[in-house]
Design a binder for this molecule. Structure first.
Ligand code: SF4
Length: 437
């Protein structure tokens, strides 16, 4: 087996040395070998110093030597912070980071020299251990959340948003696709905030720059040739930017966007953005751009202080918005959530009654919307094959939470197959179809 070897040049002060140690430790921990010669290395990392002119010269010379002797060079350290100086002198370097940037250096190394995998010693396969079937996978892009919705304690438990380096996310996505995954489900606590914490820093994927931002990530994922589905998209204005990607077929025209309520006073009590007029206007515009768009949302019913009129405003919103998929929950206090302190909690019986009314209305909306699909041809992804035939999903159905498409006579199919069906029947949740032969 050919083990990936990294050459390392460490210049500068003790702080830079510590940075070098961190990077070397990570490289070794991930199974890379550290090589002592340029010729024997698959790539070279140069940790630079930029303190005084002579140090800058020495660093630039070291980069030049590594390029001449090896050709594949990643620059880090203080001179790396002056990205333009390095690029001007050595335009061919693979990537440049500033000091204290172990994660970014590792991201660049992963891009240019994939992480070694030893099937005899590694406990996990290259695509990691997965709990989902082989043909779809969840791709977590960040952890934590910068919002403080009053019904939620996730930020207390997981802290503020921390985005994964975009190169790492893409490398994981590629590895999943190579292992047979046909659908990537992008998840996080707040997908549209991806990259806010790192100021949308530019990372690298396959040697090309890629911003740590939802739209750019979605487009890059869309280029992998599999279904890409976005979940937990907080309703920021820039969500508008991903709709054209859906219209162009780059990612699935599916948006899971929790609105939580439609009444402005309740949204304010929840510390959520939006007013229903704006949201309805945006939904209209999204559908003009991408008529196929499937919208899934979640709502909380019976939030503290919710009046009958405010609840009815939510029902009116649902009628007007015509959302395709809706999950709704009766508000229940979570220990530590600020909403617990709000006055006028809605009695449980009333909450349940409102929940039932909302679900009934949504069922009618859903039934009507699914009926309109009869006669259409759709591409579906097979999830499993049972006694009666194959059970699949269309672009409009996320696994576990949305509906299914039952295929008559699809017993020869297998999980992960993508096939065309003509829709023949529907109910409030699911579709039935025949294979297009
Ligand atoms: S509900 Fe979602 S957006 Fe709001 S604080 Fe919790 S995790 Fe963040």
């Amino acid at each position: 087996m050919n083990i990936a070897k990294v050459g390392f040049v460490s210049l500068g002060c003790p702080k830079a040395t510590v940075d070098s140690e961190h990077i070397l430790t990570r490289l070794r921990a991930e199974g890379y070998l550290i090589s002592t010669s340029y010729q024997d290395s698959d790539l070279v990392v140069v940790n630079t110093c930029g303190f005084i002119d002579s140090a800058v010269r020495e660093s630039l010379d070291a980069i030049g030597e590594a390029l001449a002797e090896n050709g594949r060079v990643i620059v880090t350290g203080c001179l790396g912070a002056k990205d333009d100086v390095v690029r001007e002198a050595h335009p061919k370097v693979l990537a440049i980071t500033g000091p204290h940037a172990t994660d970014e250096v590792m991201e660049a190394v992963h891009q240019h020299l994939p992480k070694p995998h030893d099937p005899y010693t590694d406990l996990v396969p290259p695509q990691g251990i997965r709990l989902t079937p082989r043909h779809y996978a969840y791709l977590k892009i960040s952890e934590g959340c910068n919002h403080r919705c009053t019904f939620c304690i996730i930020p207390n438990m997981r802290g503020d948003l921390v985005s994964r380096p975009v190169g790492d996310v893409m490398a994981e996505a590629e590895s999943l696709v190579k292992s047979g995954v046909k659908e990537l489900l992008v998840i996080s606590q707040d997908t549209s905030a991806y990259g806010v914490d790192v100021k949308y820093r530019t990372g690298f994927w396959n040697g090309r720059p890629l911003k740590t931002r939802m739209t750019e990530l979605a487009e890059a994922l869309g280029s992998l040739g599999v279904w890409v589905r976005l979940h937990y998209v907080y309703p920021y204005p820039h969500v508008d930017d991903v709709i054209p990607l859906m219209a162009e077929g780059k990612i699935l025209p599916y948006l899971d966007i929790p609105f939580q309520h439609a009444n402005q006073r309740i949204l304010k009590l929840m510390k959520r953005p939006g007013n229903s007029e704006n949201v309805l206007g945006r939904i209209r515009r999204w559908r003009e751009i991408c008529p196929e768009l499937t919208l899934r949302s979640t709502f909380i019913v019976g939030f503290p202080g919710e009046t009958e009129a405010e609840f009815e405003e939510l029902l009116d919103f649902l009628k007007e918005a015509g959302l395709d998929r809706v999950g709704a929950f009766a508000y229940s206090p979570v220990e530590g959530a600020l909403a617990n302190e709000l006055p006028d909690h809605v009695p449980p019986e009333l909450q349940e009654e409102r929940l039932a009314r909302l679900m009934l209305l949504q069922e009618e909306i859903s039934e009507e919307k699914l009926k309109r699909k009869i006669g259409k041809t759709m591409t579906v992804l097979v999830d499993e094959v049972v006694e009666e035939g194959a059970v699949a999903r269309s672009f409009a159905d996320a696994p576990e939470i949305d509906g299914q498409v039952y295929i008559d006579g699809g017993k020869h199919l297998k999980a992960g197959d993508r096939v065309e069906v003509v829709i023949t029947d529907s109910d409030a949740h699911d579709l039935w179809g025949d294979l297009v032969l």
